[in-house]
Design a protein around this ligand. Structure first.
Ligand SMILES: *[C@@H]1O[C@H](CO)[C@@H](O)[C@H](O)[C@H]1NC(C)=O
Ligand SMILES: *[C@@H]1O[C@H](CO)[C@@H](O)[C@H](O)[C@H]1NC(C)=O
Length: 220
């Protein structure tokens, strides 16, 4: 699980600013990409979180309850709530993907797999226990869901074998600008489960390319 929001590296505690997920006890993943649980996994625990105020341009992150040990890749998506995020379910074509990594411009986040030309797959997400990124300075003020998604693909050679570990934090962005982050996608809806980064045998033959699931990273 990813229970903890980090703001400039500082934890606000488990399930304080993150909606407690249905799997907070059993830690089981979502495997059906069309199931509404893949959005925030909080059908039983909708409104447990409080909203953290964060300045645009600061570093935020989501921390896992233990180091990631599956062969996996990680995305962060964000969606702006119409008003108060506490009572918002995140439905509609509202989500953009954001990153500070070399591969993505600085708007939320993805950590892909490296194929090393088809000789060996490596997974920078493995063994880390957090994802951090810088909120763009021009992100519009307002309340957002921030959704982390770690996609474990060790058993993804058959349909439905990829495991999604995820949660949604609630933040209120202040000091922002007038960016228009996009493209926007719906969750569920963004995946059909047959994407080459989701339905994939990572073991043999080793894929020569690994296309990261989801839209391109947002630009504002
Ligand atoms: C959706 O996924 C959750 C969690 O994996 C599961 O408990 C629920 O039964 C699923 N719903 C449907 C309609 O399959
Ligand atoms: C949003 O709603 C929650 C729950 O009703 C409330 O505690 C909070 O103060 C509201 N936030 C704003 C900015 O109105």
């Amino acid at each position: 699980t990813f229970p903890t929001l980090l703001i400039d590296g500082v934890s606000s505690g488990e399930w304080v600013n993150v909606r407690r997920t249905d799997n907070h006890v059993n830690h089981s993943p979502v495997t059906d990409v069309t199931n509404a649980s893949i959005r925030c996994f909080n059908t039983q625990t909708q409104s447990t979180a409080s909203t953290a105020t964060v300045r645009a341009g600061s570093k935020i992150g989501l921390q896992a309850n233990q180091p990631i040990y599956h062969e996996s890749v990680t995305n962060v998506y964000m969606a702006k709530a119409p008003r108060n995020v506490t009572t918002w379910d995140g439905s509609g074509q509202v989500w953009f993907k954001a990153s500070h990594s070399d591969a993505c411009p600085p708007l939320v986040h993805e950590i892909t797999a490296n194929t090393n030309g088809g000789t060996q797959l490596t997974f920078p997400s493995m063994n880390s226990n957090k994802v951090e990124f810088t909120l763009p300075k021009n992100l519009p003020n307002g309340e957002y869901l921030v959704r982390v998604e770690n996609i474990a693909i060790h058993g993804a050679a058959s349909f439905g074998g990829a495991q999604f570990y995820l949660s949604c934090a609630q933040i209120n962005v202040v000091g922002g600008g007038n960016g228009k982050p996009g493209p926007l996608v719906s969750i569920p809806g963004v995946y059909n489960g047959r994407e080459p980064g989701i339905l994939v045998n990572i073991w043999w033959p080793i894929p020569a390319v690994y296309p990261m699931p989801g839209p391109v990273c947002a630009t504002a």
